[in-house]
Ligand binder design. Structure first.
Ligand code: PHB
Length: 359
């Protein structure tokens, strides 16, 4: 049967009433202690008609932060803040998973406990600058994690997953994309380690395999998804053989029985692309395949009808259209997202986009 944007989808234990997913979106509005506030509950609840909401990237440990006012999932106060969010989403009939995040080298000592250097697989400074609240600063050369420190990193993801379930989330998404810590281990542009976690693809995928195994053992594979971005150059990322690497990552996700694989099918940094064949990745993963990267409703519908993808995640469209599902169903016009209010601030550009009926 031909599927549409509005066909239900079963992804592991997650039952999506439609295939229109809200992408993870950093909004930098957490309060003191990086606790998501009451407005976050309203913001997510307004978007509860999505087939699935994926939370903004959320640090699993204090040292995993690299931007101002991003929420965490490692303190009792943060768990309580997220409980307000999940309760509001569930009351509005929605489903929400939490994206588990550690930024690795995409940070600055001003975000780090004790003013320490950010950590990474290797001491390689990313090109570019980091926003530290008072302005821009160059990225620093991170400290390479010792092999003996890696079990604690794995444990931070497990604790984050357990805390997410305690906070009422329906599952988690392991963030292995966009140049953050797990992606830094995967790609050879950022991983020059000479221990069991660097070198071959088997070695570079080892930390991710350990995280997947430990998280799924704790909360179940049916509640665990993962995000990857095979040709993303954002955050100064590159790899000498992305197809082989991400084919293997898809196999690993499939062997683990993950509920879904969420693939950013392009380069948000606007690079020429690495010519990655997403069909080859999809073929290796036997759970639900979520695609993301500047899809319009029309392209999403075509991709789903063709069977190439199972669901599509929308970012900017969901920022500006809390009722995106209804609008796509009616073929209605979309509000345009206001870039000036993407990060930080208050209700403006966050919870005040108009609904169709209110226009
Ligand atoms: C960002 O805050 O700019 C950001 C966060 C997480 C991502 C990508 C971008 O995966």
């Amino acid at each position: 049967m031909t599927q549409t944007l509005f066909s239900p989808l079963v992804a592991g234990d997650l039952h999506l009433p439609n295939r229109i997913v809200m992408a993870p979106l950093t909004r930098s509005r957490a309060g003191a202690g990086n606790v998501p506030g009451p407005l976050a509950a309203l913001y997510y609840a307004q978007r509860a008609s999505a087939g699935l909401l994926i939370s903004e990237a959320t640090q699993v440990i204090a040292s995993g932060q690299g931007y101002p006012s991003t929420p965490g999932i490692h303190s009792a106060e943060q768990i309580a803040g997220w409980q307000r969010v999940t309760a509001a989403v569930h009351a509005a009939g929605g489903r929400i998973v939490l994206q588990l995040w550690h930024v690795g080298r995409i940070s600055h000592r001003s975000f780090q406990p004790g003013g320490a250097l950010p950590v990474a697989p290797s001491a390689i400074r990313p090109a570019g600058q980091v926003f530290i609240g008072s302005g821009m600063a160059d990225f620093e050369t991170p400290r390479a994690l010792e092999t003996a420190e890696l079990p604690a990193i794995v444990q931070a993801y497990v604790d984050g997953a357990a805390n997410a379930i305690a906070a009422g989330f329906d599952g988690v998404e392991i963030h292995a994309a966009n140049g953050y810590l797990l992606d830094q281990f995967l790609r050879d542009g950022s991983n020059r380690r000479d221990d069991a976690y660097g070198g071959s693809i088997e070695n570079r995928t080892r930390l991710l395999r350990e995280v997947i195994a430990a998280v799924t053992a704790r909360i179940g594979a049916g509640r665990t998804g993962m995000r990857i971005s095979p040709e993303q150059t954002f955050n100064d990322m590159h790899d000498s053989a992305p197809q082989a690497l991400f084919n293997r990552v898809a196999e690993i996700a499939s062997e683990a029985g993950l509920a879904y694989l969420h693939v950013l099918e392009g380069d948000i940094a606007g690079g020429p692309g690495a010519g990655v064949d997403y069909g080859a990745i999809r073929q290796r993963f036997h759970g639900a395949y979520l695609a993301n990267h500047a899809y319009t409703g029309e392209r999403a519908a075509q991709a789903i009808a063709s069977g190439r993808v199972d669901a599509v995640a929308f970012g900017k469209a969901f920022i500006a259209n809390p009722d995106l599902v209804t609008r796509l169903q009616l073929g209605a016009a979309l509000n345009q997202a206001d870039q000036a209010t993407f990060y930080g601030g208050d209700a403006k550009g966050y919870t005040d986009y108009p609904l169709l009926a209110a226009l």
